[in-house]
Structures are given as C-alpha cells and as structure tokens.
Design a protein around this ligand. Structure first.
Ligand code: HXC
Ligand code: NAP
Length: 290
C-alpha cells in the first residue's frame, strides 16, 4: 500500500489498533507498518489476528503483535497494554477502531442488543482510552495520539442503526472532551468519520444479501463511488503521526460528500433533467411579481 507520507514517517512509533485483524483496521495496520511503525492488533479472535499478523509481516517487513482482547472487558485491555509495552517498550498511538453494528428497526431491539453495541463501541473505546491514557499520564510520557473511528451519523443520527449512532455520538463527545482535558499532558485526541468503505464486517451486517444491489451506497455519494481503503489509511496515518501534532479535537470526514448531500434541502434537484432547467427558470422568473 503506497502512502502519501515518506516511507520512514512512523519509524520507531508503536501503535495499537483495535479491530486490527479485519476490514479497515487491517488496512490501517498495513499502512502503518509500511511507514515503519510497529503495530499491536487486537480483537476477540486470536486466529484471525495471527493470520493477519503473519500476512502483513510478510508483505511489509514490519513487526506485528497479535493480542486477543475483548475491549468490553477492562482487565483484558490492561493485559493488552502490558503485552504491547513488553514487546515494544512503549505505545505512542491508540486507534479505537473496533466496533459492533447491525441494522434493525429500533422497536425490534432488546435492551441487551443496545447494551451489546454500546459496550463494544462506546465502553470499548472508553476502556482503551482509560488504560492507555492513565499510563501515559502516570509515567509523564508525552507526544501521544488517540484516534477514534466514528461515522458521520455520530452527529446526524440515523434510523435503523440507533445503538451504533448513540455509541458513536458518545465517542465523538469523548474525543472532543479529552482533546481539551488531556492536551496539557501531551495527548492529542482526534476522530475520523468514514463514509461507505466496503468491508465484509460492515457490508454483511448493514447490507445483507440482495440489499447490497437494492441500496447502492455509491449512489449516495456526490463523487459517485465508495471509498478506497488506501484513502482512509493515509488519513489515519497522518492523524496518528507527529506531522499532525497541532491537530487536536478534530473529526475529519472522509465520505466523498455523502452526509452533506443527504442534509442539503435542495440536493434532490440532482434528479431534474438538464433540459428542464430552461422551463424551470422561466417559471421562477415569472413568479417575480407575485
Ligand atoms: C436484532 C440482534 C441482532 C439483529 C444481535 N442481536 N443481532 N437483535 N437484530 N440482527 C441481539 C441479540 O439477540 C442479543 O440480544 C444481543 O443483540 C447480543 O447479541 P450476541 O450475538 O450475543 O452478541 P455478540 O456475540 O457479542 O456479537 C456482537 C454483534 C456481532 C455486534 C451482534 O455482529 C459482532 O460480533 N460484530 C462485530 C463486527 C461488526 O459488527 N462489524 C461491523 C462494524 S460496521 P438478546 O436480548 O436476544 O440476548 C460499522 C459501520 C458504521 O460500525 C457506519 C457505516 C456507514
Ligand atoms: P469490521 O471488519 O467488522 O471491524 C470491526 C472489528 O472490531 C473486527 O475486527 C472485530 O473483530 C472487532 N471487534 C468487535 N467487537 C470487539 C470486541 N468486543 N473487542 C475487540 N474487538 C472487537 O468492520 P469495518 O468496516 O472494518 O469497521 C471498522 C471501523 O470503521 C468501525 O469502527 C466502524 O464503525 C467504522 N466505520 C466503517 C465504515 C464502513 O463503511 N466500513 C463506515 C463508517 C465507520 P472480532 O469480531 O474478531 O472481535
């Protein structure tokens, strides 16, 4: 994976990527390794992590540590932090990427279903942030970066993924709050809000079966396409690197304009045939005196 950054941009940096064994987390990991970072990847499935670690070490020549950890469990996150420190000596960046999600009308959801998503997305991010943040502050270590992967419905909200929307909104509040509070400790806190980027994990739960043809995500995006993993990975690499040292408390949207297209009241006029605009203009001008 080619990067916009120079090949040694992250040399000597150690980064933890939650959910780093699959999908976007895997692509971020590949990018970070290519830039010289050591990466600790974590999720619940050790076999998936080990396979990813082996493959990416081979393709990038970097060092990957695979540690099984359910981010919902604080004790397991403490174990993850200890393992990363043992292997790499220190941790410079934390990417809270692990998530759980599925589509469902809200009235079909149990309290447990809500709890499950909120535990993974919001509590998981909080657990990792607390464990690594406390350690950095206690040891007086500076120049640290936390990057949270949210989504654009963290601020718009969205039907049919309501537990995820609630949890991601909380993560965004956490991001901005800690940017203000922990900046003085030398810890930056930022977020990235991706639009549609095809991954097996997301697509199988958000657009299962024939829904993928029925609801073409590319059509929602002004640029007429979905995102490429490389595009997101480059942004993530920049935001976790010292090159973004003065960026703190920001959420960077990378969605091809998707959410704004949905928000702008008259964006639906895209569907008007170009040949109709002469007639429409005449009608509008004719309304001058009324
Ligand atoms: C209604 C459901 C459900 C469904 C699960 N539940 N799936 N309810 N509709 N489709 C309910 C269960 O019945 C149960 O409640 C509760 O949720 C917990 O379910 P479990 O299967 O026991 O949970 P668990 O094994 O922990 O699995 C978590 C999971 C699973 C979230 C349900 O899908 C998972 O492991 N996902 C991880 C990866 C992932 O989701 N990736 C996608 C991220 S995409 P009851 O009451 O019955 O016990 C993403 C994109 C955002 O975030 C933006 C896109 C543009
Ligand atoms: P994905 O491949 O399903 O990634 C989710 C990862 O989280 C998996 O590796 C999963 O591994 C891990 N995970 C889930 N529950 C966990 C837990 N309790 N503890 C530790 N790890 C856990 O999906 P993705 O599309 O790459 O999503 C990555 C991130 O991008 C998510 O934050 C998602 O919300 C965000 N995002 C994606 C899109 C998109 O279009 N793809 C758009 C906007 C935002 P295990 O199941 O093995 O634990």
């Amino acid at each position: 994976m080619q990067s916009m950054l120079r090949p040694d941009a992250l040399k000597g940096k150690n980064v933890v990527v939650t959910g780093g064994g699959t999908g976007l987390g895997r692509s971020m990991t590949e990018m970070l390794l290519g830039l010289g970072a050591n990466v600790c990847i974590t999720s619940r499935k050790l076999d998936v992590l080990q396979k990813t670690a082996e493959e990416l070490e081979k393709t990038t020549g970097g060092k990957v540590l695979a540690v099984a950890c359910d981010v919902r469990k604080y004790g397991e996150v403490e174990h993850l932090a200890a393992a990363a420190r043992d292997r790499f000596g220190s941790v410079d960046g934390l990417i809270n990427n692990a998530a759980g999600n599925f589509i469902s009308p809200t009235e079909r959801l149990s309290s447990k279903a809500f709890q499950t998503i909120i535990d993974i997305v919001l509590m998981g991010t909080i657990n990792c942030t607390l464990v690594f943040g406390k350690e950095w502050i206690a040891k007086g270590e500076k120049d640290k970066a936390i990057l949270n992967i949210v989504t654009t419905y963290a601020w718009t909200g969205s039907g049919y993924v309501v537990p995820s929307a609630c949890a991601k909104a909380g993560v965004l509040a956490l991001t901005r709050s800690l940017a203000a509070e922990w900046g003085r400790h030398g810890i930056r806190s930022n977020a990235v809000a991706p639009g549609p980027f095809p991954t097996k994990g997301a697509w199988s739960r958000l657009l299962p079966g024939e829904m993928i043809e029925q609801f073409d995500m590319a059509k929602r995006v002004p640029l007429g396409r979905v995102g490429e993993h490389q595009e997101l990975a480059d942004l993530v690499a920049y935001l976790i690197s010292p090159f973004s040292g003065f960026v703190n408390g920001e959420v960077v949207t990378i969605d091809g304009g998707e959410w704004l297209k949905g928000a702008g009241q008259f964006n639906m006029l895209d569907t008007v045939e170009p040949g109709m605009w002469d007639t429409i203009e005449q009608m509008v001008r004719g309304a001058k005196g009324s």
